[in-house]
Design a protein. Structure first.
Length: 103
């Protein structure tokens, strides 16, 4: 089984979640601040992501660079297409994502 975990580098508390290892985004489980460093472990491979801006609870952020035009995955499902390049740690929302669900 594949494992995914996202924790605050400062406190060790779970700050976000990734549902599937293939996901492009993680979901904030509580409000997080710009500059927060989150440690992500996917299939035993550690990755650190510094948030580029504040996020409210249940909003998405990129876990890796997402090029413009690429399909964005959440919970293993395509949720939209990146309207522009999205940097790791950047908020993913209507300003940079064209939804596939609202069509």
């Amino acid at each position: 089984m594949k494992t995914v975990d996202v924790r605050s580098a400062a406190t060790g508390s779970r700050s976000a979640m990734i549902c599937k290892p293939s996901d492009s985004v993680a979901i904030a489980l509580k409000p997080v601040e710009a500059g927060d460093l989150l440690r992500v472990v996917v299939d035993d491979k550690p990755l650190e992501i510094r948030l580029l801006g504040p996020l409210p609870t249940f909003h998405k952020f990129a876990v890796h660079r997402i090029p413009a035009g690429q399909v964005v995955l959440k919970q293993g499902e395509a949720i939209g297409v990146a309207l522009r390049d999205i940097a790791p740690g950047e908020h993913v929302h209507v300003h940079n994502l064209s939804s596939l669900r609202a069509r």
